[in-house]
Design a protein around this ligand. Structure first.
Ligand SMILES: [Zn+2]
Ligand SMILES: [Zn+2]
Ligand SMILES: [Zn+2]
Length: 277
């Protein structure tokens, strides 16, 4: 099983598009792993998680033909995770030979944004119902798609919609993909996690050295989250632990995040990181 971290930044990117803070200025100067596009991941070459505005550049950078992708999980409607307009290009008029139907899973806010952006007059000559199908998803739902067994877990994030994080299983491997979320999950969500033993956990570390008590996590929250899973035997020494979805507002460079992680057996993701487990 492999996970490819295609993008690893929070909404404004890293450096932020309009930002001249010290972290962003340094990122522009030093480049490399300090340059981050918006968060997106590909599990085992077949399960795409989130669809940010950087999806096109990710496909170029990693040499991917997304016409082969049949399952897309969307965590929530924030723009760094969901840029639905691009899906019009799966219509035969714009993209030839895409295989079968792309199944898109997301909450009602994600569905509304999809309908608002795709089902508009301008696109009426190119209906995409036979190449993209939306499946409204709620916390606790079990999904079977493309050989994957997926559980949608309610996140601790924007309360205006039911943001979801996902447990993904295939070929005897189990992954927890936890972006975006704070550490205050509801009891039902913890129960869903406590039932599993994870081969990889990918945790929100948006706030870097800070902790804001929910919505996103910082490094102290990540440690508590892992501890809570470890106490139940859900993660252990064999579990790959990754932090991801970074904001310049967390006040740490990539090297500082990586050094923090190295002391604790946690990988700090970067754009292009591929982990095999
Ligand atoms: Zn985000
Ligand atoms: Zn900045
Ligand atoms: Zn968000």
């Amino acid at each position: 099983m492999k996970i490819l971290y295609m993008g690893t930044a929070a909404a404004e990117g890293w450096p932020g598009l309009f930002c001249s803070c010290s972290i962003c200025s340094r990122a522009r100067r030093e480049g490399g792993k300090n340059l981050r596009t918006r968060t997106q991941a590909l599990l085992d070459g077949s399960l795409l998680i989130d669809f940010p505005p950087d999806t096109y550049s990710h496909a170029l950078r990693y040499g991917l033909n997304l016409g082969d992708t049949r399952t897309l999980l969307v965590t929530h409607s924030h723009m760094d995770h969901w840029f639905p307009t691009e899906l019009i290009h799966r219509h035969e008029h714009f993209g030839h030979g895409a295989s079968g139907v792309l199944e898109v899973y997301g909450n009602e806010a994600v569905e509304k944004a999809f309908r608002d952006h795709i089902l508009i007059d301008r696109f009426k000559p190119h209906p995409i119902d036979d190449v993209v199908q939306f499946r409204v998803t709620r916390g606790g739902d079990r999904i079977r798609s493309g050989g994957w067994e997926i559980t949608a877990v309610p996140a601790d994030h924007d309360k205006r919609e039911e943001c979801l994080v996902y447990i993904c299983k295939k070929d005897g491997k189990t992954v927890f993909y936890g972006h975006d979320t704070g550490g205050n999950l509801c009891p039902e969500a913890w129960d869903m996690l406590f039932r599993e033993r994870f081969d990889l956990v990918s945790l929100d570390a948006t706030m870097g050295k800070k902790s804001i008590g929910g919505y996103h996590m910082g490094l102290p929250d990540v440690e508590r989250f892992i501890q809570k899973l470890a106490e139940r035997g859900c993660v252990d020494g064999r579990t790959v632990k990754v932090i991801n979805h970074f904001s310049h507002n967390g006040g740490m460079t990539h090297d500082e995040l990586a050094a923090w992680g190295a002391e604790r057996g946690i990988l700090a993701a970067w754009d292009g990181l591929e982990v095999e487990f």
